[in-house]
Design a protein around this ligand. Structure first.
Ligand code: GLC
Length: 459
């Protein structure tokens, strides 16, 4: 469809395509840089990949029990009751989702944790949980933290738009317990703290022993994988034969080629100078990249010519979201009517030509996100198994993977292109409710090995 664009527009789109596309050479470079930073992170040296030990390995599949789970991710908080039946069978018996208001994310930590305690209180009442008994609570906390015990960890720094004060550097389980005490909830004992990537891996590997990687492609992005303890050089008391899951915090990777739009997205974010990879890949930022590209094209007089400075709405941060892009990309109508209705709804008049242009930009931005994710997944698998001698199941969770038009299919295809004819050795599976169920499995694994305090390491 780009062929029908006027020359100036076509030139703009070709330049954009050039700066967003990733050649096989780029990907090979990126994989090498990933490996270098993984190595440095594991050694405890300065690296854009934190490589945080989680102190658990994947489950056997026979862990059992009932747990409550708390999943604090991006825009939503989920509280679940999880039953582990053994033989790889786990189910969420009850689940409630709460939207986290912006003030809770961005004012004080006490306000955020009081909100969490209030949501738990609602869950306990609505789901008729017996408050006369002590229940184990597994906490999936989808942020980078330095694990100091199986149920304790200090937040290293907020990501994904959170800025609540007084939390960075503190033990988040302690802060949760304080808030539960303020709310007079005394029937819960926090039994495990996990990152959401670890949760996804734990949940999928409960029934599938080939699963050795967890990936989140949602509001944020990150991955964890199974590492030999002997390779986690920064870990004291390493054991040669054992494995441990490492939370990479790959959203911080800083060696992928960035465009001027990426730099502007970073400047406008609440955490400038950090999480470059996340800001190129994840759902929270794809709309921002697209919005800035569109404003640039408007400024050059190429599209939306009724608005020389761009529609007011497009000047608002996060006015365009990944789900809007998905809707626009999926629009198969000849007149791109769905895209038109979406714009109209926001008070923006558009021509057919504007809409085709917008759709093309969405395609280029989402395609780069997919190519970068595929490159990163290949980097981790080739680190674990350079000859692809084994089967690897990758548990993926997150709205981008689950809901963005064609993302899952395009990602699977892109990963297979890096496998030199061995594409059947890598399988991506969607890990439903992975974070919460996986956190509960972590609590069960911890109970079975009775690890009160993990070995120490220098972060
Ligand atoms: C952000 C967090 C990371 C989390 C990811 C996905 O990158 O730093 O801990 O796993 O988002 O939710």
């Amino acid at each position: 469809m780009t062929r029908s664009f006027p020359p100036a527009c076509q030139a703009f789109l070709s330049d954009l395509n050039r700066s967003l596309s990733l050649s096989p050479d780029h990907i090979q470079h990126m994989i090498r840089d990933f490996h270098l930073d993984m190595e440095k992170g594991l050694r405890g040296r300065d690296s854009s990949l934190n490589m945080l030990p989680s102190f658990v390995d994947r489950p056997e599949g026979d862990e059992r029990g009932r747990f409550l789970a708390l999943d604090l991710g991006g825009s939503h908080l989920r509280v679940l009751e999880v039953a582990l039946h053994g033989k790889g069978k786990a189910e969420a018996l009850a689940l409630k989702t709460f939207v986290i208001p912006k003030r809770e994310m961005q004012e004080t930590g006490a306000r955020l944790f009081d909100f969490i305690a209030a949501c738990i209180d609602r869950f306990l009442s609505d789901c008729l949980i017996d408050r006369g008994k002590i229940h184990d609570l597994a906490f999936a906390f989808s942020f980078p933290f330095h694990q100091t015990g199986i149920a304790s960890g200090k937040l290293l720094g907020w990501t994904k738009g959170f800025t609540a004060t007084g939390v960075e550097g503190r033990d988040v389980v302690f802060l949760l317990n304080e808030a539960l005490r303020r709310k007079q909830i005394s029937c819960l004992r926090v039994a495990a703290l996990t990152n959401d990537t670890v949760g996804a891996l734990m949940a999928a590997s409960y029934s599938d022993s080939t699963c050795d990687m967890g990936v989140i492609l949602g509001t944020g992005t990150n991955a964890c994988y199974r590492e030999k303890q002997i390779n986690i050089y920064k870990l004291k008391g390493r054991r040669p034969k054992e494995h441990m899951i490492v939370n990479m915090e790959w959203g911080g990777f800083d060696k992928a080629r960035r465009t001027s739009y990426d730099m502007r997205v970073d400047e406008l974010s609440v955490n400038p100078g950090a999480m470059y990879f996340e800001k190129m890949v994840s759902g929270m930022y794809l709309g921002e990249i697209t919005r800035l590209i569109l404003l640039d094209a408007i400024r050059r007089g190429l599209v939306f010519q009724d608005y020389p400075n761009g529609p007011d709405r497009l000047h608002e941060k996060h006015a365009l979201k990944a789900e809007d892009m998905s809707l626009i990309e999926q629009d198969e109508t000849a007149g791109l009517d769905k895209a038109g209705a979406f714009l109209n709804h926001r008070g923006i008049c558009s021509t057919l030509f504007d809409r085709f242009f917008l759709r093309r930009v969405c395609q280029l931005v989402s395609e780069r996100s997919i190519r970068l994710s595929a490159g990163a997944i290949s980097a981790v698998i080739s680190w674990m198994d350079p000859d692809l001698a084994h089967m690897h199941t990758v548990a993926v969770n997150g709205g981008l993977f689950e809901k963005y038009a064609g993302y899952e299919m395009r990602l699977t295809k892109a990963v297979s292109e890096h496998c030199c004819g061995q594409a059947d050795r890598i399988r991506l599976v969607y890990s439903r409710d992975g974070s919460g169920i996986g956190a509960a499995i972590t609590a069960a694994v911890a109970a079975s090995i009775n690890t009160a305090e993990p070995p120490s390491f220098s972060p």
